[in-house]
Design a binder for this molecule. Sequence first.
Ligand SMILES: [Zn+2]
Ligand SMILES: [Zn+2]
Length: 230
Amino acid sequence: MNVESLLQQLGQLHFLAQFLIFSLENISLLLIAVLIGKLIEPKNTVLSRQDQKWVISTLICNILITVLGFELYQLEIIKIDFSHNIISIILDTLLLVILMDFFMFCFHYLAHTLKWFHPIHKLHHTHVDTNVYSLFVLHPVETFGFGFIWLILISIFPFNYISLIIYLFLNLMYGIFGHIEKDLFPAFWYKSYFTKWISTTKFHSDHHKNQAHNFGFYFTFWDKIFKTMI
Ligand SMILES: [Zn+2]
Ligand SMILES: [Zn+2]
């Protein structure tokens, strides 16, 4: 069974069944993140009482964004390329990762500079020493902001479905490895011309410790270009 017909079948289900499936999907992603955190740094992967409500609210926001995305797909506002052309998969993946990082860099920069936005983003920065749960300690305004950037971008370009899957996987992994405390990136990563433009655990961890720098997520070059890198 291919993905396109799977989505078609999903579209024929009752809205509540769709909602349940997208809820299970997002709960699974949260559990995978926590599991990775627990495996890598069990002592640091602790959910504090005051963060519980934020983790749950971010989970609900992510479910709503997924539901909205599927509605937009059914309305053909979001179009997906289901071909298996390897060139388009590679180009779409690169385009997605680079564009998403640029728009999220801008959004994140605004979160630190706009008067109304900074108090909202401050919630994420209550975690100076981060753990995997920090990824989910976000104000709903911010979660919807990131979600809308994603939905608008994939409404404009019909990306390949494999690129969308690769991007979502990389996004989750970067969210996890950007917030765990243990830096698993090898020492050469920071020096080699081939790797130093790709973000690391230390790169985002440094942002949590010094909020005037490192606004990018997947790459270091936006901060280099805009002179905001530590
Ligand atoms: Zn963070
Ligand atoms: Zn920030």
